[in-house]
Design a protein around this ligand. Structure first.
Ligand code: ZN
Length: 242
């Protein structure tokens, strides 16, 4: 993104980005409409290649197949993203986040994304994100802060199902927030993993701009009700303290 002047979601309250991977993919368009009707703003797509993490999920054709007015938020848990991000840009991703552990050249990946044109709206650019695993020091983001718009703190290890939100995430979010404040740049902070109906209000109160949730919306028979519940919980959360 050439400029952060129009970076959305920095309005002092947390926003929800809803993972679509656990939806009924045989009825993808209907599931996306459920999110749109629930006043959701962002759809989160978890991309796993079976190499960076054990699970394999979806890739650029899936992202392209999502026809929506929501922002498309691609979370890449794949090796060597530098050679692959162009395909996600072409598929219409608005937010592209890769794992800092997945490449020797995270700064280079951000430079490549910085020159990319948003396929949905060239005026908007791509929101460039870096995600960090629970075992990675938060300081890993510090050298990258001049070249990104989004820092995503993982609250579980990627690619294994059924994990609980790791409690040290709260401390890591606070640490990332301090680094972001020191950078003097407008940067979004997000939390991803283990967010459930039971803990979403608490996670929102930890002060991220974005909260990722997925199975809490789609793993049951009432995704519309679940989406509305999660959105209400986030919107009732404490103000972001940036
Ligand atoms: Zn994710």
């Amino acid at each position: 993104m050439a400029t952060t002047a129009h970076l959305p979601f920095l309005d002092g309250r947390p926003h929800l980005t809803i993972g679509i991977n656990t939806a009924d993919l045989g009825h993808l368009a209907d599931e996306v409409h459920v999110l749109e009707d629930s006043q959701a703003e962002i759809v989160h797509i978890d991309v796993m290649d079976g190499v960076f993490c054990p699970m394999t999920t979806v890739g650029p054709p899936f992202i392209k197949a999502i026809k929506t007015t929501l922002l498309k938020d691609a979370h890449l848990m794949i090796v060597d993203p530098v050679d692959k991000v162009a395909d996600y840009v072409a598929a219409g991703a608005d937010i592209i986040t890769f794992q800092v552990e997945s490449t020797r050249h995270p700064h280079r990946v951000l430079q490549v994304l910085g020159k990319a044109e948003n396929a949905n709206d060239p005026a908007r650019g791509i929101i460039r994100g870096v995600a960090i695993n629970p075992g990675t020091p938060v300081s890993a983001i510090e050298p990258l802060l001049d070249e990104l718009e989004y820092v995503l703190i993982l609250a579980v290890n990627p690619g294994w199902g059924g994990q609980k939100f790791i409690e040290s995430t709260e401390r890591r979010l606070a640490e990332a927030k301090q680094l972001i404040a020191r950078s003097g740049r407008q940067i979004l902070l997000g939390a991803d993993g283990g967010v459930t109906k039971d803990n979403i209000a608490r996670v929102a109160a930890m002060g991220p701009n974005l909260v990722v949730t997925g199975s809490a919306v789609f793993d049951c028979k009432t995704p519309a009700d679940n989406a509305r519940y999660m959105l209400d919980q986030v919107r009732g959360g404490a103000a972001v303290t940036t």
